[in-house]
Every structure is written in C-alpha cells, then in structure tokens.
Design a protein around this ligand. Sequence first.
Ligand code: NAP
Ligand code: MG
Length: 484
Amino acid sequence: MAQSLQFEHKWDYAPAPEKIPVQIDDRYGLFINGRFIEPASDKWADSINPATEQSLFKFAVADQSDVETAVAAARKALPGWSGLPAQERAKYLFRIARRIQERSRELAILESMDGGKPIKESRDIDLPEAAKHFFYHAGWADKLDYAFPGRKAGPVGVCGQIIPWNFPLLMAAWKIAPALACGNTVVLKPAETTSLTALRLAEIFQEVELPPGVVNIVTGAGQTGSALATADINKLAFTGSTQVGKLLARQLAGTGKRLTLELGGKSPHIIFDDASIDQAVEGIISGIYFNQGHVCCAGSRLFVQESIMSEVLAKLDIRLASLRVGDPLDKNTDLGAINSRQQLDKINEYRKIGVEEGASLHQPSTSELPDKGYWSQPCYFADVQPAHRLARDEIFGPVLAVMSFRTPEEALSRANNTPFGLAAGIWTDKGSKIFDIAAKLKAGVVWCNTYNQFDASSPFGGFRESGFGREGGRQGLRAYLELS
Ligand code: NAP
Ligand code: MG
C-alpha cells in the first residue's frame, strides 16, 4: 500500500505575492484615552518581521505608571459607556465590525508581516472571524437581560486583557467585543512580537469615534502584562501559556478580581479504522500545521487505529511533501514563518528531543527554505510512546506526535492522559461511536469528522490546565457581566 502511494513532485507554483502596498509608521505610542501618546517610560522596542528578520516599526514599552494611566482612563470612561443605551453601544460595535471588513485586506497583510502567518489564513480566517466577533456581540448588547432570564445584567467594570501572538487581531476581537457589548471598559496588552494589528484596530476606534478611554492599548512585554494584572482592574482575561496563567492565578487570588484563563493544550486527534481516511488526513494536516502549529487547540497528539497506521502514514507523507513553506505574503504559502527566534529555538529543541527519545522523524526532503527568517519544516514523529516529552509537552509548532491504539477504550484513556483539556478530534463513520467517545473526552471542544472549526456563537475554552471560562456564545458573555 505504502509503495503504490509514492509519487514524485514534478511541478511547482509560480510565486503569487500579495502586492498591495501598506503603510506602517516608524513608531507607535500607547493608545490611551482615545489618542496615541508617548510612553512615560520613554522606552521603545522593535517589532520584527519574522520572515525577513528586519524591524517593521517601534512600539512603546509601557511601564507601571503608563499602565496606571491607561487603567485610570478606562475607569473614567466606565460610567459614560455603561450608562449609554444598549442600542447605542451596539451601534459602535457594528461600526467597528464594518470598518474591520472595509480595511480587511490591509489588516491581513499587516498581520502576516508582523506575525509570519500565511496571507491565505490571515485573509480568509483571522480577518473575517475578527469582524464576526464584533458583529455577533453587537447583536447581544441590547439583549443581555434575555441571555440570563430572570436576572439583571450589568458590567463588571474595568477589564484588563492580555493576549498572545498566534492570532493577534482575532484574540483582540475575542476579548474586546464581548467586554464592550456588556458595558465594560478595557485595557488590552498585545504580545510583544505582534502588536501592530491591535494598534491599527485602535485607529479604527478613532475612526468610529468610540468614546475616549473605552478601549486603551498598552504595548510591552511580560512586565507590562504583570503591571496590568496588579493594577486597579475588576477583571483579568488572559490567553497564553499555562505557566503564566498559573502565575496570574496566584497573583490574583484573594484580590476579588475576576479571572478567566485560556491556556495551553496538547489536543488528541483520534482516527478510527472506519473513518474516511482521505478526509481524516486533511483534518490531521489542518489540525497540526494550520498557523505553523501555533494554535492552542492544535491536534498535536495523533492516535491512529493500528490496522490503518501504515495507510495513514503513507498518505501523510504525500500530503506533507505538498505543503509549501515560505513567504507569508505569497498566496500559495501553506506554512509561513515561525513567530520569533525564541519559538523557533523551542521547536528545534523538541525535534532533537524527539529523535533522542527514539521516535522516528518524518519530514519532506525537498523544500528549500529562504536564507533569512525563522522557518520550520512541517514534520511528524512516528513510534512515539505516551511517556515521551513529545507526547506530553505543548510544542506550539508544526510537530505532530503519532501513536497507535487498538480499541476505543484504549484510544480514550490515552487521549485523556494529559494535564490539558482544550480540544479533541474524532474521525469515524459511526455516529454512535462519535457520541460515545465525544462525551467521555475531557476537552472543552470536541470536533467530529472535522477540526479547527470556530464560530463567534460557539463557546471555546478549556478543562484542567487548559484554563477556565469560555469565550464566544452566550456562555462567553458571563465573564463580562455582573448578574443580580
Ligand atoms: P505567554 O508567554 O503566556 O504570553 C501570553 C501573554 O502574556 C503575552 O502578551 C505576554 O507578553 C504576556 N505575559 C508574559 N509574562 C507575563 C506575566 N508574568 N504577567 C502577565 N503577562 C505576561 O504565551 P505565548 O507564548 O505568548 O502564547 C502561547 C501560549 O498561549 C500557548 O501555550 C497557547 O496554547 C496559548 N494560547 C491559548 C489559547 C486559548 O484560547 N486557550 C489561544 C491562543 C494561545 P509578551 O508576549 O509580550 O511577553
Ligand atoms: Mg513581529
């Protein structure tokens, strides 16, 4: 079987780079009280294009006093914003959503330049989803009392929001849209490697004349995030690593501040022998290689029923060889640049660990990578044992750990054998098996015969060390409301 599936790659695409010019200022200050201002810290840092290793622009590094200024602006804006008739708040959200749509081409290019993700993903996923979150929550703004019948819904207050670098604009939308719909004001801290699209979103807030102070954006690194967590906020929403999430949980314990944590994962992807194999292989590919594997819910542990292992691996090899790694702005690119040198080093370290642990590395031999930039070939490891670090640690890169199972019970116990619990995938032709296994998987989201499907109306979030709280849907509103 494996032999007959081999084929040689004899043709290639012509380059199809995104040509629309975009403008980027030399530097961006902090967005506080509706204006871009110089940081009191007087500190600046470079944001790098990971595909070229060149500086794109300088961003301000906010210190404690800058963060306090932003929180004070949000506090001052709170009575006005929460006191607006809900339909008026909704109009602002609609306007923001429309403006994101109108500027989506430009924002997609900026997202790919600053973060390294392929333009086809930022254009077709990040941008439409970001707009959708504002549209969706605009619809909720004047219906909150109906979302939780019998209770009166009011805002929580000033919300601190800290986001990671893998979906910069989309995570900003996930955080800001529900907070504003519920009448809260916001101080957002983007990740240090990817603050550009959040700052351009701030321009949109100016364009739609969002009242000053309703959303404030403080750029900087971990210390800026830490300053925000300890500032005078009423709620903290954090998306990032489990390690920092635990730190924040300790910092906030006993303060009375509300906390939601969207953390890491090592999600299982289970393929039964009765599955439609070709479709399952596509699911595996998008499950782990989407966004270079920088996805919290990536299907990074693949469990394949033993009887179909050789067929699945042979098809994976073929599919892997067809993936194009390179210029994020090329419309044919499947995997763009790794977000930072630091993340690339981490991924390479895990490749080494995998080989040392005795698993067998499979990666395409053909693809040439550009000289400059941070690149990682997509790969998978076969013969992985559940005790290997490859099977236990979140790598956050295009590295898949493949394991086998014989019975559904074994698949289930192996899949649940992790401290995480963010997502899971099941591929089978049998509806009864789907319902049975899905109900027993310890994961916030379970995808059946598909993977990585998202919608603003569908709650997303984790179990166990993947965090607590939900984002999206009616459930996602809960974290931003005081119910009486
Ligand atoms: P991270 O290091 O935890 O950073 C996340 C954010 O927290 C960044 O803005 C970061 O700033 C900031 N930060 C770092 N140290 C901090 C501290 N001591 N106090 C307050 N804030 C601090 O995570 P990451 O490496 O950027 O992101 C990858 C992780 O996010 C993965 O584990 C992934 O699974 C998780 N993630 C989860 C979800 C979800 O919905 N569950 C979604 C996406 C990503 P700097 O980056 O500027 O240092
Ligand atoms: Mg960058």
